[in-house]
Design a protein around this ligand. Structure first.
Ligand code: SF4
Length: 542
């Protein structure tokens, strides 16, 4: 018999990524560069579900929270978290609502755009495939589909009309259904696009934190009383105690330690949420679920680890709170404890903390990835759009802070994937050049270890202000190319080490594939530049 409520996600989010979340970014890259057998080798999905029932053994944290809320309200027999390949096992005439947690359903997040250019990527391919499959099941069983999660905004106008305007493959798919309204609306989140509703089969989109109100939303959807677009009030959850506790496994041992960030950068979506910390005992209990399943590496989900437990205005890291957290996780059986994000300022302000974290993880002979955001280097831009990101330092000190923090990370075997923002509308050409020169120095003079992720600026309020490849001028191109040239060098030097957990054949294929990909990326960028500006400039040939 089927379940009343079925939760799932597209395949791109359902892998343990061989224990390294950075491999998950393959889903953001062009699908043609990683055909399905290669994709499945790097991001296998077999270990995320029971191959008899299809029930998820590992599921994204957000999905687990909703599952917890529904189970509490309606009982465990009412809801299941199911792998998308085996949905027909749990959907039948009893099914009322299928809920999907989506990270980047149309593959137009900032990282997608940076890596896949305008090509189809795995994020959108898996989502579209899932929706086609659900549409078939819907015809037979008449349930509703609701999509939430951090990427739900992509299904709303005006972003979908922006896609049509861009003319990417997914935009063309939308245009076949309906042409873009021009000029497209600049009103934020006007509603679900009719292509998304009628062709893809999404009935409702939820934006915001649904952990607490999920049962109410599902009941309303079932009763036909819910609006198509459900926008939840930001920060309606004041206490993390109200957030359902996780009782089942999550990929890469991920566990939430914070919500929101607290540094208040002007352009940043997570910043819309107030900063809340999960207490140590709660984190340990949730991490313990994965540890008991045999996953002894824990990844801490936060926007900014160095602000965990910090409540001072200067944002000086609370080293004791962070060390307490790490030590408690270690005592609970975690062998490696990684974190997704931290800032250069936080690292620079607490070098002894970073050294201790490295010692706790015993990183002497291996490296651990982390994502700090540099964004841009111009003090004017820093002061205007992210003044608290440099605290406890001043915006003028930012270049030195970044340099020093990278040194601290590298010496302690932390490997940064450093984000850059390309094409903020307020940024002047000479300011773009400052960032280019800065990363060129880091790459060539200082020989840092790490990669740069140049992300095109996305304006969540007015998409027409977002940067597009066709809008990039020579200065943006130089920044973009400098970042990728550095990355190609790093990938070539590091891929052997990064694939040490692979089998011999998989390792060989991935290493050879990476070298070919490097060659392809740089050649592709040169040809795209030439197509736009008529020649390949000197700085692309040296
Ligand atoms: S530090 Fe990072 S996560 Fe925090 S507000 Fe700034 S950009 Fe957002």
């Amino acid at each position: 018999m089927g379940y009343k409520y079925v939760l799932s996600a597209d395949r791109s989010q359902l892998s343990n990524y061989r224990g390294n979340f950075l491999f998950g970014f393959l889903s953001c890259g062009p699908a043609k560069a990683s055909p399905e057998p290669i994709y499945s080798m790097v991001c296998p999905t077999k270990d995320t579900y029971d191959d008899v029932t299809g029930e998820l053994v590992l599921a994204p944290v957000g999905l687990r929270r909703i599952q917890g809320a529904l189970e509490k309200a309606f009982g465990p027999g009412s809801v299941v978290a199911q792998h998308p390949f085996m949905l027909e096992k749990v959907i039948d005439e009893n099914t009322r609502v299928v809920g999907l947690t989506e990270m980047s359903p149309l593959g137009i997040g900032t990282v997608d755009t940076a890596i896949s250019w305008k090509n189809d990527n795995w994020n959108r391919k898996w989502f579209v495939r899932l929706m086609r499959q659900l549409k078939e099941l819907k015809r037979r069983f008449h349930f509703k589909v609701v999509v939430g999660g951090p990427g739900a905004w992509q299904l709303l106008n005006p972003f979908t009309d922006y896609l049509r305007w861009q003319g990417t493959p997914i935009g063309q798919m939308a245009t076949k259904f309906r042409r873009a309204v021009k000029p497209f609306s600049t009103k934020l989140n006007a509603g679900i696009d009719d292509w998304v509703r009628e062709d893809l089969g999404v009935d409702h989109v939820v934006e915001g934190e649904a952990d607490v109100v999920a049962p109410e939303i599902f009941e309303k959807i079932e009763g036909g009383d819910a609006p198509e677009y459900i926008r939840l009030l930001t920060n309606s959850i004041r206490s993390v105690d109200d957030i359902p506790e996780i009782k089942r496994g999550t990929p890469t041992g991920s566990v939430e330690i914070m919500r929101g960030c607290g540094r208040g950068c002007d352009f940043c979506a997570p910043n819309l949420r107030a900063k809340r910390d999960f207490p140590v005992d709660r984190v340990v209990r949730e991490a313990g679920v994965n540890i008991r399943m045999g996953h002894d590496a824990v990844w801490l989900l936060s926007e900014e680890l160095t602000l965990y437990g910090c409540d001072n205005r200067d944002k000086v890291p609370n080293k004791e709170a962070i060390l307490d957290l790490y030590m408690a996780l270690k005592a609970a059986g975690a062998k490696k404890i990684g974190c997704t994000h931290w800032t250069f300022a936080g690292v620079c302000a607490a070098p002894d903390l970073i050294r201790r974290l490295s010692e706790i993880n015993d990183l002497r002979n291996e490296w651990m990835g982390v994502q700090p955001g540099l964004e841009w280097i111009s003090p004017r831009m820093v002061r205007k759009f992210m003044p608290y990101k440099t605290k406890p330092y001043s915006p003028e000190e930012y270049p030195e802070v970044v340099r020093e923090a990278i040194k601290i990370m590298n010496v302690n075997h932390y490997y940064p994937a450093i984000t850059l923002v390309v094409g903020h509308p307020d940024e002047q050409d000479d300011e773009v050049d400052m960032t280019t020169q800065f990363i060129d120095e880091l790459s060539n003079r200082e020989g840092i270890h790490g990669i740069f992720a140049p992300l095109l600026y996305v304006d969540y309020y007015r998409p027409e202000r977002s940067m597009d490849y066709d809008m990039m001028n020579e200065h943006h191109w130089r920044l973009y190319y400098t970042a990728w040239k550095h990355n190609a060098k790093e990938f070539s030097q590091r891929i052997w080490l990064a694939t040490q957990s692979f089998g011999p054949l998989s390792r060989l294929v991935t290493v050879v594939g990476t070298h070919i990909l490097n060659f392809y990326i740089l050649r592709f960028l040169k040809s795209e530049y030439k197509r736009r500006f008529g020649k390949v400039p000197d700085w692309m040939t040296v």
